[in-house]
Design a protein around this ligand. Structure first.
Ligand SMILES: NC(=O)c1ccc[n+]([C@@H]2O[C@H](COP(=O)([O-])OP(=O)(O)OC[C@H]3O[C@@H](n4cnc5c(N)ncnc54)[C@H](O)[C@@H]3O)[C@@H](O)[C@H]2O)c1
Length: 440
């Protein structure tokens, strides 16, 4: 790799090595806050930038609002002055490194919504000083860093690779995962130039266990899309298999568990009531949008998107059929949903399939209620919100209980005992034998 030669680069590298660099993190959400905490923990002075005053205020009071980042970790960092937050972008001028962790959602048309990256870069572009490393971490289509971000930051006195160092490094954080968090998840980094990559690696190597360099920003951008598209398509495959098994009277969970005993060439994925979160249902469409521009239809992505989109309907059909077997109609029945967060043991509702399932149940005339230890209020649409109920009591009163999210701390044994009918879309009741239980 090309050595870091120039005095600007040398100076920045020295500041990073000695932890004298001031680190800015733009967007203090699920990705930005844990990263800011890691940098701050090892001695950097970190400034978190966010447009939401409520987050800035909470952080400056030493309080965390992200489940995986305990307040007990944030408070001492804030007290020591090594972690602060602001919504004043003029402070960008004081930063030596900047990590951009703003949202990248989809528009209704399934096109990438780049507005958050654009507005963050507009602000950064106003105040950025020569001698700064800028790293985009938001998941996005290949080409974003060089085609969109670079022109917004580059000026005659801020040439990329000379006075400004620009990289893309995908964020792989998995909220709620007790084994892998920001520090021990390997970090892929690709720079606009080799010197940029080297600078990005140097920063992450201070705080994270392993850094993996790649040769360009486009490769780094594509790595993230491969990872998430891989998951999305494999989930689409097992969801389709679940529908086939349902038709053939085969237990899809038993099939997957047995297949997973193969020690090579197979990786288990599990079916469910639909995709959730703001990565797996969204990121692959960034790739299909970009690939369409390159003249290639992303047919696997479109197909998996279609199959996964059918799953809330499949789950509701299961509930309807199960009720019919008990001589009840869905219309007018009390259906109690267990778990509404998009995945186990977290409080994140973004794109949760519970929203679609609740909508469909409501549309077909069911009376919906729910329990979720992480989500006290469940907003289905602007006119409908529910409040979490006691899971055992509500299950006992329901005509059908449906498990949408398999939170660990649900009192499953008591629920099985009290409920009359349970549709389990997650195999949360693996090991329970009862005629009351209908599995996906
Ligand atoms: N959450 C995950 O598990 C995860 C995992 C991997 C990658 N990602 C990607 O990381 C990026 C960030 O995701 P997240 O989950 O942290 O989102 P988030 O919504 O939790 O946080 C984003 C933060 O950015 C702030 N923000 C928006 N516009 C801003 C601006 N112009 N300037 C400053 N702050 C601004 C928001 O107020 C919010 O606090 C996305 O591209 C996402 O796809 C997320």
């Amino acid at each position: 790799m090309e050595a870091i030669r120039t005095s600007i680069a040398d100076e920045l590298a020295e500041k990073i090595r000695t932890r004298q660099a001031r680190c800015g993190v733009i967007g203090m959400g699920y990705v930005g806050l844990p990263l800011a905490v890691e940098f701050s923990k090892i001695g950097f002075h970190v400034m978190g930038f966010d447009v939401l005053n409520s987050k800035v205020e909470q952080l400056n009071a030493g309080t965390s609002y992200i489940q995986d980042v305990p307040t007990s970790e944030v408070a001492p960092l804030v007290q020591s002055g090594r972690l602060q937050a602001t919504s004043d972008f003029r402070q960008v001028a004081e930063m030596d490194t900047i990590n951009i962790c703003v949202p990248t959602p989809l528009r209704k048309t399934k096109d990438p919504d780049m507005s958050y990256i654009v507005s963050a870069c507009e602000e950064i572009g106003k105040y950025l000083k020569p001698g700064t490393l800028v790293i985009l971490e938001s998941t996005t289509y290949p080409g974003t860093t060089d085609e969109l971000v670079r022109p917004m930051l580059e000026r005659p006195d801020r040439r990329i690779g000379e006075e400004i160092f620009l990289c893309f490094s995908p964020e792989r954080v998995d909220p709620g995962n007790p084994h892998f968090q920001t520090k021990n998840i390997p970090k892929v980094v690709g720079g606009t130039t080799a010197r940029c990559t080297e600078m990005g690696m140097l920063l992450y190597a201070q705080a994270l266990d392993r850094v993996v360099p790649v040769t360009s920003t486009q490769v780094a951008e594509m790595v993230k899309l491969l990872e998430n598209t891989f998951r999305m398509i494999n989930i689409g495959l097992v969801n389709e298999l679940a529908m086939m098994c349902g038709r053939m009277g085969i237990d899809v969970w038993e099939v997957i568990d047995a297949a997973a005993t193969k020690p090579f060439g197979f990786m288990p994925f599990y079916p469910g009531p639909g995709l959730g979160g703001h990565c797996i249902p969204i990121d692959p469409f960034y790739l299909s949008w970009k690939s369409k521009q390159a003249g290639i239809e992303a047919r696997f992505i479109e197909l998996a998107g279609y199959v996964n989109g059918q799953m809330p309907h499949f789950a509701v059909d299961k509930i309807q059929n199960a009720l019919n077997e008990h001589a009840k109609a869905l219309k007018g029945s009390r259906v109690h949903i267990l778990g509404v967060a998009y995945k186990r043991d977290i409080d994140d509702m973004r794109e949760s399939p519970a929203i679609d399932v609740a909508h469909l149940l409501k549309e077909r005339g069911a009376k919906v209620s729910y329990s979720d230890p992480f989500v006290p209020v469940f907003r289905v649409d602007k006119d409908t919100e529910y409040f979490s109920q006691d899971p055992i009591q509500a299950s006992a009163q329901a005509d059908c209980v449906v498990i949408i999210t398999n939170h660990t701390e649900m009192p499953y044994a008591s629920i099985v005992e009290k409920a009359t009918l349970i549709v389990d879309t997650r195999n949360a009741l693996k090991g329970y034998r009862s005629d009351k239980i209908v599995r996906l």
